[in-house]
Design a protein. Structure first.
Length: 419
C-alpha cells in the first residue's frame, strides 16, 4: 500500500505544481515591454522540436508586440497536464498533438471550436483531413497528416513487394526458412505487432470492416471481423510465415537483424531500419484477394487546438500565430528537416516533395487510409478489442465468437463511460 500511496501522492503533487507554476507565471512572468505573452504546449519529437523553435524565434523577432513561450511535454503528460490546467481555467493558448485528443478535450469544453476563427481560404489549401471535427465542429487544424501503418520490405530478401494477400502468402512462404538446420525458423516472411488491435485494423478494414460507424457506435461484430481474425491466425498457424509470438519489439528486432522479409509499421520507425543497415522500401499493405479491398490503416493528423480559456489579446494573437504555423513556408521547413507529410496540398504536389525517399510510397498508402475516430469512446473500443483478439490468437475463442464478444464488451464499456 505504501508504494501505491506514494505514487498517487506524486501524481497529485505534480499536477498541483503544474497549476501553481502557471498561476505564478500569470502573475509575475517577465515580458518584453508591452508584449502580449502567449503559450504553446506540444509533444513534437526532437527533430521537429528544433524546427518549431526556429520558426517561433523567427516569428518573435518579426512581432515585437508578441512573446511566445513554447513548452514540450510527452504525449500522455500533455493530455493530463492540459486537462488539469484547463479545469483551473488556465493552460496554454495553443496545444499541439494527435487528433485522438480532440474528442475528450471538446467533450470537456476545454478547446474552442475553430469553424469561424480560422480563415476559410486557409482551410481550402489544406488536406480536408487537416480540419479535425467533433460533432460537426472543427476543434483542431493539422499541419501534417500520417502516423499510418505501411508495409516495409527488405529488398535483399524480397526485391519486389506483394500486391495481394495471395502473393503475400506465396512470397512469405518462399522466404521463410530454417537457415541453420536446427528445426526452428530463422527468417520469417512477415512480422508486425501481432497482438495489438491498432495493427489489426488494416486487415479488419481490408475484409470490409471498421471500428465505428458514422454515428460513433462500435461496429466490431460480423463477417468482416471474423474473416480478418481467421486470416491473421492463418498466417501464423497454417502458413508459418509469422513467429508464434510476435509483439512490437520482437518484430522490430527481427526486421533490423535481417530476419524478416516484410514488416508492418509506421513512420516513427522507418528511419531506424535504414540506420540499422537494412536496405528497405515501402509499399501498400497488400490488397485482400477475397474482397478486392485495400487495407485501410488509421490516419492520425497532428495539429493545433485553441484553449477555451484563452481570452482577449492572447486569443487574438494565438490565432495569428496559428495562421503562421499552418502556412506553406513553415510546413516546408518541417518537410525539409524531418520529411513529414504536410497538410498543405500545394507542398504535396511539389516535385521536390514527391522525390523525397519513400515519400511516394507513403502517400500511396495514405490514399487508402481512414481517419482515426476522435470520439472519447474509441478508448473503450480498443479495450474491448484487445482481449477478444488475443483470445482468438490463443485458441480460446473462435473468430465468430470473438467478433461478437468484442462488440458486446465495447457497448458495455461505453455505457459505463457515459454513466
Amino acid at each position: 500500500m505504501g508504494l501505491l500511496f506514494d505514487t498517487t501522492s506524486s501524481v497529485c503533487m505534480s499536477k498541483f505544481l503544474t497549476v501553481a507554476a502557471m498561476l505564478l507565471c500569470a502573475l509575475g512572468c517577465e515580458k518584453r515591454d508591452g508584449a502580449t505573452r502567449i503559450q504553446l504546449w506540444h509533444q513534437m519529437q526532437p527533430e521537429d522540436r528544433a524546427v518549431l523553435m526556429q520558426v517561433i524565434a523567427e516569428y518573435d523577432s518579426a512581432h515585437a508586440n508578441v512573446e511566445v513561450e513554447v513548452i514540450y511535454k510527452e504525449t500522455e503528460d500533455l493530455r493530463s497536464s492540459f486537462q488539469t490546467a484547463a479545469l483551473a481555467g488556465l493552460g496554454p493558448d495553443l496545444i499541439y498533438g494527435p487528433s485522438d485528443q480532440v474528442g475528450p478535450f471538446a467533450t470537456m469544453q476545454f478547446v474552442e471550436p475553430l469553424d469561424r476563427l480560422v480563415d476559410a481560404n486557409l482551410l481550402k489549401k489544406l488536406d480536408e483531413r487537416a480540419a479535425v471535427k467533433f460533432k460537426g465542429h472543427i476543434y483542431q487544424v493539422a499541419d501534417r497528416i500520417g502516423n499510418h501503418l505501411t508495409l516495409v520490405y527488405n529488398k535483399k530478401l524480397l526485391p519486389t513487394p506483394p500486391k495481394t494477400t495471395d502473393e503475400l502468402i506465396e512470397m512469405g512462404r518462399a522466404v521463410s526458412r530454417d537457415t541453420n538446420g536446427d528445426g526452428a525458423t530463422d527468417i520469417y516472411g512477415i512480422v508486425w505487432n501481432f497482438t495489438e488491435p491498432f495493427f489489426f485494423v488494416p486487415w479488419f478494414s481490408g475484409f470490409g470492416g471498421w471500428v465505428m460507424d458514422e454515428q460513433g457506435n462500435p461496429s466490431l461484430s460480423g463477417d468482416a471481423a471474423a474473416n480478418a481474425f481467421r486470416f491473421v491466425k492463418s498466417l501464423r498457424d497454417d502458413y508459418h510465415i509469422v513467429p508464434p509470438d510476435c509483439d512490437y519489439n520482437t518484430a522490430d528486432v527481427l526486421f533490423k537483424e535481417g530476419r524478416a522479409a516484410m514488416l508492418v509499421n509506421g513512420p516513427w520507425s522507418w528511419a531506424g531500419y535504414g540506420n540499422a543497415g537494412v536496405d528497405y522500401e515501402l509499399a501498400r499493405i497488400p490488397q485482400v484477394t477475397s474482397t478486392g479491398l485495400w487495407p485501410a490503416p488509421m490516419v492520425s493528423p497532428l495539429g493545433y487546438s485553441l484553449n477555451a480559456n484563452s481570452e482577449d489579446k492572447e486569443r487574438d494573437e494565438a490565432l495569428l500565430l496559428l495562421d503562421y504555423l499552418l502556412s506553406d513556408g513553415v510546413q516546408q521547413k518541417f518537410v525539409e528537416a524531418t520529411g513529414i507529410i504536410p497538410a498543405s496540398l500545394a507542398l504535396r504536389a511539389d516535385s521536390s516533395f514527391l522525390s523525397r525517399p519513400h515519400m511516394e510510397e507513403s502517400l500511396s498508402q495514405l490514399e487508402v487510409g481512414r481517419a482515426m475516430p476522435v470520439v472519447p469512446e474509441l478508448r473503450a473500443v480498443w479495450d474491448a478489442m484487445r482481449p477478444a483478439y488475443q483470445a482468438v490468437l490463443g485458441g480460446y475463442l473462435s473468430p465468430e465468437e470473438a467478433a461478437k464478444q468484442m462488440q458486446k464488451d465495447a457497448e458495455q464499456k461505453i455505457r459505463e463511460m457515459n454513466e
